[in-house]
Design a protein around this ligand. Structure first.
Ligand SMILES: *Cc1c(COP(=O)(O)O)cnc(C)c1O
Length: 229
């Protein structure tokens, strides 16, 4: 078995029932994604629009492409025809544009609302207050081609596992509160995307239904080289 298939199986062996694995393949070449595909993986996560569109064109059509990176509104149109799930819907403006481009493609795009929970300036997303207000808004109701299927969050990049656990738990509590109120009649609201290579084991103990694991499967990323396929 090749290295990627082995890594993939190792990660899958640690997942609880019902937790979906998103294999985060950004910065890795087509051949490595193909290896993961050959080992049975069908859900891939990418965070750059140019990269994911090139990979989508080159790889088998039954792959489900999840977009997990910060998305600029002017690039939504490139993803709209094929993306399965956008994890990083992080502003009302972006939701509006996703809706517009989805409508043009005659489809409904599933999205996760990204929460900002980390104690870092750089992470995008709604605060819980902003998220609650937006989820209850008429503005969101009017977006007929967007379906919110849950929430996504990233924990602070720290070694403090208690802090990470507390952050994930706060996401679960928010999700549960929304599920019991705004989404009480909407079974589509069901996903909590949280957990990466360094913290997915903690995340799944705090209610994660989707983990986004990259380097544990594909190895370290080389950011110094531009992506080429
Ligand atoms: C890159 C990335 C991941 C995967 O990170 P690893 O540490 O390589 O597992 C997960 N989520 C998001 C949003 C990312 O950008």
């Amino acid at each position: 078995m090749d290295r990627i298939a082995e890594n993939l199986n190792r990660v899958k062996d640690t997942l609880q029932d019902g937790v979906q694995l998103v294999a985060v393949s950004k910065y890795h070449p087509i051949e490595e994604l193909q290896q993961a595909y050959d080992a049975g993986q069908r859900v891939f996560g990418e965070s750059h629009v140019q990269e994911v569109t090139a990979k989508e064109a080159a790889l088998p059509k039954d792959i489900q492409w999840h977009f997990i990176g910060h998305l600029q509104t002017n690039k939504v149109k490139y993803l709209a025809p094929f993306v399965t799930l956008i994890h990083s819907a992080d502003s009302p403006k972006l939701f509006k544009e996703i809706n517009k481009q989805a409508e043009k493609c005659g489809r409904t795009i599933n999205c996760l609302l990204q929460l900002h929970i980390a104690q870092e300036e750089t992470k995008f997303g709604f605060t819980m207050e902003e998220a609650e207000e937006y989820l209850m808004s008429e503005e969101l109701q009017s977006l007929k081609n967007v379906q919110i299927v849950g929430v996504m969050a990233m924990a602070t990049n720290t070694d403090d596992e208690e802090q990470i656990a507390a952050e994930f738990e706060s996401v679960r509590n928010f999700f549960t509160r929304m599920k019991q109120s705004v989404f009480a009649d909407n079974p589509n609201f069901r996903e909590i995307s949280m957990g990466m290579s360094g913290d997915y084991l903690i995340a799944q103990q705090h209610g994660s239904t989707m983990v986004r694991v990259g380097s544990m499967i594909f190895g370290e990323r080389d950011y110094s080289k531009p992506f080429t396929i």
